[in-house]
Ligand binder design. Sequence first.
Ligand SMILES: Nc1ncnc2c1ncn2[C@@H]1O[C@H](COP(=O)(O)OP(=O)(O)O)[C@@H](O)[C@H]1O
Ligand SMILES: [Mg+2]
Length: 440
Amino acid sequence: MTDWLRDQGFTVDASSGYTDALEQLRKKTFDLLLVDVRLQDGDGYDLLEQVRRNYPETPVVLITGYGDADAAVEALRAGAADYLTKPLIDDELLMAVQRVFNQRQVIKENNQLRKELDRRYSLGNVVGQDVRMMRVFEMVESVADTKATVLVSGESGTGKSMIARAIHRRSDRAGKPFIEVACGALPENLLESELFGHVAGSFTGATGDKTGKFMQANGGTIFLDEIGTASPAMQVKLLRVLQELEFEQVGGSKTFKVDVRVILATNEDLAVAVTEGRFRQDLYYRVNVINIDLPALRERRSDIPLLAQTFLQELRDDTNRTVRGFSDEALAALENYAWPGNIRELQNVVERAVLLGKSEMITPADLPRDIAGGSAITVSRVGNRTLKEALEEPERQIILDVLEANGWNRNATADSLGVNRTTLYKKMKKLGLEERQMVN
Ligand SMILES: Nc1ncnc2c1ncn2[C@@H]1O[C@H](COP(=O)(O)OP(=O)(O)O)[C@@H](O)[C@H]1O
Ligand SMILES: [Mg+2]
């Protein structure tokens, strides 16, 4: 068989049996293994199992005894790519080998395609498959290599800082500094010296000269976060530096000119700030040339499972936790929650669940109460139940919550729910809530 396959143009190594085959597999990667079920020193199925486990990329074709139909079925079930029955016929052998190679080619191409898609539909570690995120990715790609000022807007925790960094990383400035300034975190006078630097003695405490962030970012990108908080005086200075890329240090008279790409972020609607007179209209026009608006997490719920899995995977890599995944109920709870803190909150919730979770799967019990199904009621599909039946679970959850909140005092519970005591008792009985429930 070895000779014949070599004649057909294949490179073939022969092996004397089970132990020798494993030995060879350790040293070299094979595109295909042809294994007889009966080996001198072992069993072909055992070898198949070893290969499936340790070299899952390597397909195995088992050679079974003539007419042993059970063995053939067993071989496929155990993960063989194919089987051949003895006596071996050259044509069958050739066809089986070619079939396996063709399959491998298809799989390879699929993987390549998938990688290609990953590249197109994600930006490094920025995860998202919602159409709105696709649009965000497209915008990032198209503006990255320009010098255009970009305004990234979105609620807190939607990924503004992450997108700003992604723009920098995809630009031709990637090798130069990326300097981040949290404008909301500093009082006005300090912010000015932080951004533009100061000369010694320009104000109390300004002992030496200080290089500002604009200077540090020279050649690279500056990211001005929370731009909506800038004071009116600061807005004037920002307008100038954005227009001319020129500034003076605090207390200095020399004008510096820099080559800096500016990205800004805001979690408030600047157009509203303009109408309310808190933000200069001319500055607004200057920063709002290209606006990347990030959707809130609740506006792209389909990304929640993907993000949750990604964070779980990252934690698993970083810690030695063995949490495998989320139960269906836990995922449903995550998908139904409103996420006021957006992705940052989701990340924290997953982290907490992984660290505190007691089982292999994350269940609603590992999630904070208000996510697990306290206030956010999860209504499952009606399916083939009646409306009345479908409403029982949320009803039970509401009553249970209010009972809990009132320390199982039924008068108080009936009051908060706006029903009379008899109605409450009847419902509790029907919903199996008569016993005091132990809730952790
Ligand atoms: N699309 C995303 N994919 C993966 N992680 C994200 C994504 N968006 C945000 N994050 C993560 O969520 C957290 C908050 O993101 P961040 O960029 O700081 O938000 P913002 O600046 O809008 O408050 C960060 O830890 C970030 O890594
Ligand atoms: Mg941020």
